[in-house]
Design a binder for this molecule. Structure first.
Ligand code: 5GP
Ligand code: MN
Length: 376
């Protein structure tokens, strides 16, 4: 095993409330490989359920409604073995995540990126930009003019995890380099950049969608081409799938989707991120500096530039035109978009040298579930 300076990262597919199991697996890998995992990245369906109220604010067939083991990490009875960062999928304690629309700590050591975000991850001399977009794409709710608020109606219980045009708009204003990007569902047509036959052999029920050219999310396809990150990790389809996207710019994106956490399934991948940004499987970092998170100046500039749009959510104009037949997603109001870009660039001149650490400000705000409570 070669020792390098970098960040040891584990990536997980769908979490489904299996905090004890997945964290147990992380500790096993650390023992087996004699390394320290610095960071766990999770691609959605995390189910951060604190109590019964959260459980009923999750869209999920009744037979799968389970408390999971998150509540132990919420109370501090147990602690995540490494810093964990996640995006949301389509099975979440959506009431809890909705409170942290722009990101926040769901319990000690576990950070929710928010509906969309870009942050900086730093350990010693190695840093990278991490972006993410929570939820799954749904044609109808993409331009949904109603921002979900409490208590959710049955419709909102589902629309709350559907990707919104505003998040795509903000991510689309990002011009810097993003190294790692997280999504729950896959970018449309990503299968073309990997072994399609193998994918269909493993998951026969994908074949019809693949043949129809309808497999994956059109908003993620657009973002993948726009942001061109070094790595893109996803989940949702419950299968491991690798792809390599060669962009017209000559940049490459290594795509990896992982399975859900079940015995014998491929739900975890460990690799080391180094300063050079290359993926080094089976070469690990042994430098022990603490890992730190910073707000990204460009993202802060985008948040500020777009704040007026956020305020008029209910009356927000349509920002994108989607032509499904042509598989084309285009910005409309091009002039306004250009103005926003320029306003962001101006702000960034003042922001770019600012390094603001993401504070460790987790607080318990709800009554957690107790296993031995007689009223349960
Ligand atoms: P979840 O865990 O989010 O409830 O559901 C994910 C499941 O839905 C996976 O097993 C995946 O195979 C299936 N699925 C999700 N989206 C699609 C799709 O667009 N086409 C097909 N054929 N299956 C999908
Ligand atoms: Mn899912």
């Amino acid at each position: 095993m070669i020792q390098v300076e970098g960040i040891n990262i584990a990536v997980e597919g769908c979490f489904h409330g299996n905090f004890d199991e997945i964290f147990g697996e992380i500790i096993d890998i650390e023992k087996k490989k004699q390394i320290k995992i610095d960071l766990l990245l999770v691609c959605g369906d995390v189910q951060t359920i604190r109590n019964k109220n959260d459980m009923y604010n999750m869209a999920c067939p009744k037979k799968y409604l389970e408390m999971g083991s998150f509540y132990k990490y919420y109370t501090g009875e147990k602690i995540a073995p490494c810093l964990t960062i996640f995006i949301g999928g389509n099975h979440e304690a959506s009431n809890y995540l909705r409170e942290m629309h722009f990101g926040g700590w769901v319990c000690p050591n576990v950070y929710y990126l928010g509906n969309s975000n870009v942050i900086e991850v730093k350990k010693g001399n190695t840093t990278f930009k991490l972006g993410g977009n929570s939820g799954i794409f749904n044609n109808h709710d993409f331009n949904n003019p109603k921002l979900e608020s409490f208590p959710f109606t049955q419709d909102q219980l589902h629309s709350v995890y559907h990707i919104k045009q505003f998040d795509l708009y903000k991510l689309n204003l990002y011009e810097g380099d993003i190294n790692i990007f997280l999504s729950h569902d896959w970018p449309l047509s990503i299968e073309k950049h990997g072994n399609i036959n193998d994918l269909i052999r493993k998951k026969k029920h994908f074949e019809a969608d693949i043949l129809d050219g309808k497999f994956g999310s059109i908003s993620h396809q657009y973002l993948l081409n726009k942001l061109q990150p070094n790595f893109w990790f996803a989940a949702h389809m419950h299968v491991k799938f690798e792809a390599l996207v060669n962009h017209h710019s000559n940049k490459k994106t290594k795509f990896l989707a992982l399975d859900k956490c079940l015995p014998g399934r491929e739900f975890l991948q460990v690799f080391t991120y180094t300063k050079e940004g290359v993926d080094l499987y089976n070469q690990f970092a042994f430098n022990n500096e603490p890992i730190e998170l910073y707000y990204d100046p460009e993202w802060l500039a985008i948040m500020k530039t777009t704040f007026n749009l956020q305020l008029i959510w209910d009356k927000m104009p349509k920002l994108f035109d989607i032509n499904y037949a042509q598989k084309e997603l285009k910005i409309i109001r091009w002039q306004k978009y250009q103005q926003m870009l320029q306003a962001k660039q101006q702000l960034l001149i003042n922001y770019k040298n600012q390094r603001i650490k993401i504070p460790n400000n987790f607080q318990i705000t709800a009554t957690p579930y107790y296993k031995n409570d007689p009223t349960n």
